[in-house]
Design a protein around this ligand. Sequence first.
Ligand SMILES: [Mg+2]
Length: 288
Amino acid sequence: MPLLIVTDLDGTLLDHHTYDVGPARDALVRTVQAGIPLVLCSSKTRAEIEALQQRLDIHHPFIAENGGAIVAPLGYFDRVPHHAMVDGGRFVLALGQPYPEVVRALRDVAAEERVRVVGFSDMTVGDVAEECGLPVLDAQLAKLREFDEPFRFLDSDPSARSRFLKALHRRGLRAMSGGRFDHVTGNTDKGRAVAELRTLFPDRLGLVVMAGLGDGLNDVSMLREVDLPVIVRSDHNGAAGRMLRKVPTAHVTDACGPAGWAEAVTSLLDGWREPQPSGWARYWPGRA
Ligand SMILES: [Mg+2]
């Protein structure tokens, strides 16, 4: 059964601070050369992920903005999904609500709950560059949002925060913690997008075994949808323990960030011989 790898970017394949693949490079090259579909699945925008795919020579479908959309090259699958929009040699299957609606709802709920928040829509390109440690050109791509709004609370009152998050949920929105910001999207998440993507792959590859790698709480829904979940240990958010409680079948890497990614993917590729999946032992000899 073919293997497919779904991966988060910041803090997982990319270093949280430098946004570089660094120690993951060799395992990444090996994955690409083996022809294993590598699906990037991030809170980043379509424009950011397209630029990164070009840089890394990856030509597979990807998931943008926390499950807001699935984007795939035209011709990759036999068919273009029914509701997808064709744009520049790719199709975009939107799963989330349009960005202006999400931002409006975020502002409405903040006003109703008397909570002060600041989102990317309130920030200039320069603000985003500074807050995220990005070059200005990359910050411009990060601002091209279509489905998901990164935001921060300006109040430190934890009860206001939980009241606010509940109010967002009542509006049919999903709020989650990302690496640097909280995020709000329409009624979707990375897990829903992965489940949707799984229905497309049989056209091309037959049934697939999905491995998934992530380092943060916004990756939990994705890790629950894959066959082989991997929690990449983080050197800054300490989320591994909380994530493991939510996805008890996950493997947790020893190393952090891209080094952890390399550790997991190398073990996975080394052990990828069995035709049928039945848990970690088959794929990760000695590490089940
Ligand atoms: Mg991350």
